[in-house]
Design a protein around this ligand. Structure first.
Ligand SMILES: *[C@@H]1O[C@H](CO)[C@@H](O)[C@H](O)[C@H]1NC(C)=O
Ligand SMILES: *[C@@H]1O[C@H](CO)[C@@H](O)[C@H](O)[C@H]1NC(C)=O
Ligand SMILES: *[C@@H]1O[C@H](CO)[C@@H](O)[C@H](O)[C@H]1NC(C)=O
Ligand SMILES: *[C@@H]1O[C@H](CO)[C@@H](O)[C@H](O)[C@H]1NC(C)=O
Ligand SMILES: *[C@@H]1O[C@H](CO)[C@@H](O)[C@H](O)[C@H]1NC(C)=O
Ligand SMILES: *[C@@H]1O[C@H](CO)[C@@H](O)[C@H](O)[C@H]1NC(C)=O
Ligand SMILES: *[C@@H]1O[C@H](CO)[C@@H](O)[C@H](O)[C@H]1NC(C)=O
Ligand SMILES: *[C@@H]1O[C@H](CO)[C@@H](O)[C@H](O)[C@H]1NC(C)=O
Ligand SMILES: *[C@@H]1O[C@H](CO)[C@@H](O)[C@H](O)[C@H]1NC(C)=O
Length: 829
């Protein structure tokens, strides 16, 4: 009895001793750290020990958040020197005060610090120890000295914590920077770095090896000029300039929040915060966030505005260098002056507001000059192309000498930028300014009369239109055909972009004479066959079944335009084949079939976890955005659906059949005879299904349906045999309304998904299928909403198109186009 109590007591004492040992926060020359042991910082925030990232078997020594259930490593000692043989690792402090990692009893360390403490010096090595602080900093302390002799904060890996510097030590010439991991399973140094550029005005840049991907813009006294903070932030950023050091650090204003800044393995800066309730990290910001944030998106003298449909425009006085590329999405070649700039002969500066400043690597900063002197300075030097206030409060002079690149125009935030323009440009802008002030009254009167006139006109037209409808006249007044503004440049395309044509024999051989065995499927515009070319390349051949009556040249021109659209989420057109009556399109072949084979299949959908579904949805969204916005052709897909989403070997989604309506029907301005335009039941927006009106917003509707299908694993139509009036949209809406929206999630996804994110996605999905096209977001806001915790506009009851679906899946229609919105007259079959 007594002996057993003593034994129990002993056991308790022993475990207390063990506990004390485990929570100790130091490593000394007398105390090693073996694989399996950890030391924990004194406030319990961070732990240090051996770990293996992701699926890796290799052992690394690192620091992670101690209280976060999902192991999240913030620092790694031996990122490039792992221990291959697991569990034999030991961390020791050697006789010179170096922290060293050994593999078993090997005498050579796999990794070591390099503190170079002189052996014969005054330092008593047993008074040296490494201590893990509650800030996440591992420091080498000397009991007899105050300073840290070494600290892990000076050797950051890919994660920044409050207090970690990024910048330069001007004395030693060394810099503090971050380098990405290679992959989630491999923390060794990857290709991406985040560092501070010291040229011109200091800026943060992300580089892919040596190529700039993103820059922050110069510091304006409050924040980075190119990273306007949206609302109050939990993070307080500051730029510190000492005689010896220039660096950027941040601090957290709310210490109860766990957060960090990571340069992830794909080169994105991520700022996650830990959500205790949900036990997961929640990303509050990703950089670069949109197209415009990518370095040099619109080239030299181009400016990027992500709120515009066409994101690139030229600065005043400039025009696209390569109009053809510019027109076809690619602004990266930039702009050139419309006229030669005659320096000192009437030239001057135009003010652009809310701008991200151009790359400052060719800029000079003079903090002593005010803005007036800055202008004088710039005006007097003919190679000065622009200037601005260096500080938000108006002080300091930033002047650029040479090309202005990587400029952005914000909706909010940014600063005024003054750009040098020639005399004619200056004159034009003055005239329009003066004109506007003197003619104000006249304009007001004019406006009023126009409005009144419009009201009368609209009422009259409405009355007339209704009358015609009632009389069953499906004919509408023909709208003048929409001419593409630079159609003359299609000859230029032929010069520098020749679309390969495949001859019929090649295609016949490749597809074994269109054998049934090679048939991959058939869609609205014809059948698709797999083919293998003699060089081994695998292709997909779309044999168009619809004779558009279009000429060969027109057809080729259209295919060439469409083939120039290149994006990782679009299926690439490789060429075409034209032979007598046959018109065929040759595509890259994708092995993983289309999305509908996966998501609607009980067994296969189990393979799709949330991450994959998430990535597929985002990929599709990016592809559609590209069609709508980045491509100056402004393609409206009109038939987005699961079977039109193909997957490559890495499960990246690729949209197919885009532009096909255009290829088959021809340039929309040519369409005046009856052509078939395809939409698919269940995906068509009400205004398209009912009235044949299509726009980017009808694609947004189809995207919303697709998003809900991917999350739920159910078809919008055809799933609810019991009650045909119930479709997925309605189902999702009703669950949403009743606050049970997670019940819509595909059961084969299990329970392991981030609820908040999934709810946000479903919410965006429902927003996309709103009845009124005006209530639906644009694709760029869709992407923004999917990626950010920004409040989503409130939802109204969406459109349950099927309830009143009067059309079969293929409708015959003739189409016109009027700028962005096309009107298709539905004639029924
Ligand atoms: C791994 O361990 C084996 C024996 O356990 C040894 O022969 C081998 O050299 C070790 N490899 C490394 C890289 O240390
Ligand atoms: C290596 O260390 C282990 C304990 O970790 C010990 O049992 C073994 O004898 C050592 N081997 C040598 C060669 O020192
Ligand atoms: C260690 O530091 C010394 C001087 O600071 C330097 O010369 C030496 O190259 C460093 N060694 C390593 C392995 O970095
Ligand atoms: C080294 O420091 C320890 C602890 O401060 C002390 O006990 C020891 O006597 C010192 N040894 C020498 C040689 O100074
Ligand atoms: C920072 O320093 C490291 C080595 O000290 C060097 O490799 C790297 O190029 C430097 N980064 C920049 C931006 O100069
Ligand atoms: C990084 O650079 C490599 C080689 O230049 C390129 O293949 C890759 O696509 C780039 N990645 C990004 C994200 O820019
Ligand atoms: C942010 O940091 C700066 C400088 O470190 C400091 O002056 C300021 O008070 C801080 N702001 C907040 C809200 O913590
Ligand atoms: C960061 O903020 C905390 C409290 O908000 C403060 O105690 C700490 O000194 C700050 N650190 C720096 C480096 O400004
Ligand atoms: C104009 O600025 C450039 C770049 O700073 C400089 O090289 C040149 O000497 C300046 N020219 C004049 C006339 O000041």
């Amino acid at each position: 009895m007594v002996s057993s109590m003593i034994a129990l007591l002993l056991l308790c004492t022993l475990s207390v001793i063990l506990l004390c040992f485990a929570t100790d926060d130091t490593i000394t020359s007398n105390k090693l750290l073996r694989d399996g042991d950890t030391i924990v910082s004194n406030g319990g925030t961070y732990a240090l020990g051996f770990f293996s990232p992701g699926k890796s078997q290799k052992r690394y020594v690192g620091i992670w958040f101690n209280k976060v259930s999902k192991q999240t490593v913030v620092w790694i000692a031996n990122r490039n020197n792992p221990i291959i043989n697991s569990s034999s690792g030991v961390v020791k402090v050697d006789y010179r005060g170096n922290l060293a990692i050994f593999d078993g009893n090997s005498s050579n360390p796999v990794w070591s610090t390099n503190v170079s403490i002189p052996i014969s010096g005054n330092i008593n090595s047993s008074s040296l120890f490494y201590k893990l602080l509650d800030s996440g900093n591992l420091v080498l302390c000397d009991q007899n000295k105050g300073d840290f002799l070494w600290q892990s904060f000076d050797y950051a890996t890919a994660t920044s914590l409050p207090g970690i510097k990024i910048g330069w030590n001007l004395k030693s010439g060394s810099n503090w920077s971050f380098t990405s991991w290679k992959s989630p399973d491999d923390p060794s140094t990857g290709d991406f770095t985040l560092s501070m550029e010291q040229t011109g005005s200091p800026e943060l840049v992300i580089k892919n090896v040596s190529q700039k991907i993103w820059r922050s813009g110069p510091w304006n006294g409050l924040e980075w000029n190119g990273l306007p903070t949206k609302g109050r932030s939990i993070i307080n950023y500051s730029l510190v300039k000492d005689p010896d050091e220039i660096y950027f650090v941040y601090n957290i204003t709310d210490t109860s929040v766990l957060t960090m800044i990571i340069l992830d393995y794909q080169g994105f800066i991520q700022i996650p915060t830990w959500v205790e309730g949900a036990q997961r990290w929640n990303t509050i910001r990703t950089i670069p966030g949109d197209q415009c944030e990518y370095y040099g998106k619109c080239g030299e003298f181009g400016s990027c505005n992500s709120n515009n449909e066409a994101i690139c425009s030229c600065l005043p006085g400039f025009e696209p260098k390569s109009p053809r590329d510019w027109y076809l999405t690619d602004g990266s070649k930039g702009c050139v002056r419309k006229r030669e700039l005659l320096c000192g002969k009437g030239d001057g500066f135009l003010k652009l507001e809310k701008m991200k400043f151009p790359d400052t690597s060719n800029a000079r900063v003079d903090t002593s000059l005010g803005i007036k002197d800055c202008e004088t300075e710039c005006r007097n030097n003919c190679s000065c192309t622009g200037y601005a206030s260096a500080d938000v409060n108006g002080g300091g002079c930033l002047a650029w000498f040479g090309d202005l690149i990587d400029i952005q125009e914000f909706k909010e935030g940014g600063q005024d930028l003054f750009v040098r323009v020639d005399a004619i440009e200056l004159e034009n802008s003055k005239r329009s300014l003066v004109g506007s002030s003197t003619k104000k009254k006249l304009v007001l009167v004019l406006c009023v009369s126009i409005v009144v006139g419009l009201i009368i006109f609209i009422s009259a037209s409405y009355f007339l239109l209704n009358k015609r409808r009632r009389e069953g006249l499906a004919q509408r007044d023909r709208v003048p055909p929409f001419k593409l503004p630079t159609s003359k440049t299609s000859e230029e395309t032929n010069v520098n972009f020749e679309l390969p044509t495949f001859d019929l024999n090649t295609v016949i051989v490749a597809t074994q004479n269109f054998s049934l065995a090679n048939k991959l499927g058939s869609g609205g515009f014809g059948s698709v066959y797999k083919g293998v070319l003699s060089d081994g390349r695998v292709i997909a051949v779309k044999r168009l079944s619809i004779n558009s009556g279009q000429g060969v040249n027109e057809f080729k021109n259209e295919v060439e335009l469409i083939a120039k659209l290149q994006h990782r989420n679009l299926v690439q057109i490789l060429g075409c084949c034209l032979a007598e009556e046959e018109k065929m399109l040759i595509y890259e072949y994708l092995p993983n079939k289309s999305l509908d084979f996966l998501i609607f299949d009980r067994a296969k959908s189990k393979l799709l976890d949330w991450r994959m579904r998430h990535d597929i949805i985002i990929g599709i969204a990016r592809g559609v955005l590209y069609l709508h916005q980045d491509s100056r052709l402004r393609i409206i897909h009109r038939d987005l659906k699961a079977s039109n989403i193909l997957l490559d070997s890495e499960m990246n989604p690729k949209i197919s059949d885009f532009g096909i309506a255009r290829i088959v029907v021809g340039d929309l301005s040519q369409a005046n005879s009856t052509k078939r335009v395809v939409g698919t039941c269940g995906y068509m927006a009400p205004e398209y299904a009912m009235d044949g009106i299509f726009s980017t917003k009808s694609d947004v509707f189809s995207f919303g349906v697709l998003l809900l299908e991917i999350i739920s694993g159910r078809k919008n139509t055809g799933f609810y045999h019991e009650d045909p009036s119930l479709n997925l949209i309605k189902h999702a809406w009703e669950l949403w309304r009743d606050d049970r929206v997670l019940e819509v999630v595909d059961p084969s996804m299990g329970n392991s998904f981030p609820e908040e994110e999934v709810v946000r996605f479903i919410q965006v999905g429902i927003l996309c299928v709103q009845e009124d096209a005006k209530d639906r977001p644009t694709m760029s806001s869709v992407i923004f909403m999917l990626g950010n915790e920004k409040p989503i506009p409130s939802l109204k009851q969406p459109a349950f198109v099927l309830r009143r679906n009067p059309y079969s899946s293929t409708t015959s229609a003739s189409s016109h186009s009027l700028n962005e919105m096309s009107i298709t007259i539905v004639e029924g079959r």
